[in-house]
Design a protein around this ligand. Structure first.
Ligand code: 5GP
Length: 178
């Protein structure tokens, strides 16, 4: 399980894991957020509307879910995770801190890895550099990131995201060690 503050590069590290370690299965979350340019439904996320997300919650189809940045709902479909684990595949979730806390309760045997930015300034630089959010949205994400950074001690391991390929390899090595 990979979690960490917003804009630390969780998505980028997950993409590097997908590319470099195709043996690792990575969960595709459902979200009510609108796709960003280049994002593909079913690959990066399952993009769903509020009614469909309500249904997933009501029918217990999500392993965990959370409202992230007070903006949209994100959740992990349960079925594919269960199937991947049953098949004995190394399996990874890339989720926010609230989701990680829920999974901690239901799957305490999972390995919880915290992805950390090299520094706070670097985190701010990445968040601003992404340029896909409005000023208000950015402020909200920075506030979330500040709270999330304080949660590192809740995790089993920390990986510092100096360089994305190294972080991806380190993460997979930790998963294999268990
Ligand atoms: P973004 O909108 O930038 O793709 O993702 C925003 C945040 O949502 C990231 O911190 C990401 O880790 C988190 N996130 C993505 N999928 C899930 C999920 O299934 N559950 C939870 N709890 N958080 C998620």
């Amino acid at each position: 399980m990979l979690a960490g503050p917003t804009a630390v590069g969780k998505g980028t590290v997950a993409a590097a894991v997908r590319e470099r370690h195709p043996d690792v299965w990575i969960s595709v979350s459902a979200t009510t957020r609108k796709p960003r340019p280049g994002e593909v439904d079913g690959v990066h996320y399952h993009f769903v509307d509020d009614a469909e997300f309500d249904r997933l919650v009501a029918e217990g189809e999500l392993l965990e879910w959370a409202v992230v940045h007070k903006a949209a709902r994100y959740g992990t479909p349960r079925g594919p995770v269960v199937a991947s684990l049953a098949a004995g595949r190394p399996s990874m979730l890339e989720i926010d801190l609230q989701g990680a806390r829920q999974v901690r309760r239901t799957m305490p045997e999972a390995l919880f890895v915290f992805l950390k930015p090299p520094s706070w300034d670097e985190l701010v630089r990445r968040l601003v550099g992404r340029g896909t959010e409005t000023e208000e949205e950015r402020e909200r994400r920075l506030a979330t990131a500040r709270d999330e950074l304080a949660a590192e001690s809740e995790f089993d391991r920390t990986v510092v995201n100096h360089e994305v390929h190294e972080a991806a390899d380190e993460l997979v090595a930790l998963m294999m060690l268990g």
